[in-house]
Design a binder for this molecule. Structure first.
Ligand SMILES: Cc1cc2nc3c(=O)[nH]c(=O)nc-3n(C[C@H](O)[C@H](O)[C@H](O)COP(=O)(O)OP(=O)(O)OC[C@H]3O[C@@H](n4cnc5c(N)ncnc54)[C@H](O)[C@@H]3O)c2cc1C
Length: 411
């Protein structure tokens, strides 16, 4: 009987295991995870897990549920190497496991900065990143009302963290090298609304600010290239992440901004698949290779990989979807603006808008919106259908708040 081995029990690894079991009741499935404990969701780590009175990670699934599904779960053990030829992995406990099909779902690690003059103790005491439940617990253990904290990087994690810390009476300053927040991730109109919300809630965002150096004494002292000094009780570095590709690299799988997979989530080795934050894939609309860090994308890719590990020929061709919550605002985006020639914004009020990007042939490529709570959720869902059904639309219709997206779907 073919055996299925999965490295990593994050969103992608767990979803793949559950899909494999759903499709085949008897195939042996094993997941190896280097962290100990039940697999957990990462999105709450920058949101509710930081503000809740008690730290309770939200489980994707429990060990008991995996056992019920006859999925072997080996936690607290690292996969140290893959022998692609022999179809075998070596674990940190020196055991070796064979596989017929392998899924690499090792995710990504938080990128940090060198902090040239910092000692081990300085790094331990003052410098934080946020990727794992233990990172979240480390940050929680530092939080004290009245503190001053500097967040380096105005990406999603930095900004969500800013909102969560500000809610706990911490004075937050965010440093961003770019001229605006979320420069690469969201359109300007959406970024402007989020920036305004941070400003109104007391978070200071310093744009065009690069760090000259950081020294540590009883506080962290940050010197900006403008010469300005900022003192902080502690710092969080939120400057993106690096895909965990070392074992794939060493197994000589092709790498291109992550483990390179085809639209079937198959790597350059026919029996090895990859999914989630660790891989880059060809986006079917434009054929451009992208690597995304998106919760739903990780699940969808994993389900495609699982079907193909069992001999299927599924392709991953859905419009990626992402969300972020900051203060009372909810952001959602769907699709990718790659290859867009036209863009238009629907203003829906002071703190809400929808932004669309389309191709000159009329195909909608992406939609991004922000609003209070779930205000824009329904429209993003409709935009998702327009994108996935490859509907053509006119820019004038997209711009007009009186034209219902639902009606465009009927055309
Ligand atoms: C703080 C935070 C907030 C987020 N918020 C959002 C959000 O609001 N919306 C959204 O769409 N996305 C969000 N994301 C992104 C989303 O969580 C990720 O895209 C998703 O978790 C990716 O799943 P994955 O399985 O690919 O990787 P991961 O969840 O990182 O899982 C990879 C697993 O592999 C394990 N592993 C790595 N190497 C090895 C090895 N050699 N041996 C054994 N195990 C190994 C790791 O320990 C880890 O558990 C957020 C991420 C973070 C960190």
């Amino acid at each position: 009987m073919n055996s299925m081995l999965i490295i990593g029990a994050g969103e992608a690894g767990v979803r793949a295991a559950l899909k494999l079991r759903e499709l085949n009741s008897s195939v042996p499935i094993t997941i190896i995870e280097m962290e100990k404990g039940d697999p957990y969701e990462r999105p709450p780590l920058s949101k509710s897990s930081l503000t809740a009175e008690l730290f309770e990670p939200k489980n994707i699934v429990t060990k008991a549920q995996l056992t019920e599904q006859h999925i072997q779960f080996i936690d607290g053990v690292l996969v140290e190497s893959i022998d692609a030829q022999a179809k075998q992995v070596t674990l940190s406990n020196h055991k070796k496991l064979m596989f017929d099909k392998l899924l690499i779902a090792t995710g990504a690690s938080a990128r940090t900065l060198p902090f040239a003059n910092a000692s081990e103790e300085d790094l331990e005491h003052f410098v934080f990143t946020l990727r794992t439940a233990s990172d979240c617990q480390r940050i929680r253990s530092k939080v004290l009302a009245g503190q001053k904290v500097v967040l380096i990087g105005a990406g999603f994690i930095g900004l969500e963290l800013a909102a969560s810390l500000q809610a706990q009476q911490i004075k937050v300053t965010v440093l961003e090298t770019q001229p605006r927040i979320l420069q690469r991730a969201v359109p300007e109109a959406v970024a402007r609304i989020l920036h305004q919300a941070h400003h109104q809630n007391g978070t200071e965002i310093k744009l065009n600010s690069s760090i000259e150096n950081v020294t540590f004494d009883h506080q962290a002292r940050i010197t900006l290239s403008s010469g300005e000094h900022l003192d902080a009780d502690w710092l969080v570095v939120g400057i993106g992440s690096i895909p965990n590709i070392n074992i794939a690299q060493q197994a000589e799988l092709e790498i291109d901004n992550g483990i390179k997979v085809n639209i079937q989530m198959q790597t350059s080795h026919k029996d090895i698949y990859a999914a989630g934050d660790v891989c880059s894939f060809p986006y079917t609309v434009t054929q451009q290779r992208v690597r995304l860090e998106s919760w739903r994308c990780a699940q969808e890719q994993a389900e495609v990989a699982a079907q193909n590990m069992l001999g299927g020929r599924k392709v991953y061709d859905l419009a990626p979807w992402f969300w972020s919550d900051q203060y009372n605002l909810g952001l959602q985006m769907v699709g990718l603006p790659l290859g867009a020639t036209h863009s238009v914004t629907r203003l829906l009020g002071e703190s809400s808008c929808l932004h669309f990007e389309a191709h000159s042939d009329g195909h909608l490529l992406s939609a991004c919106g922000v609003g209070v709570g779930n205000q824009i959720a329904k429209d993003i869902k409709l935009a998702e259908r327009l994108i996935n059904q490859r509907k053509t639309v006119s820019i004038e219709e997209l711009a007009d708040p009186y034209v219902k997206l639902k009606d465009l779907l009927k055309k």
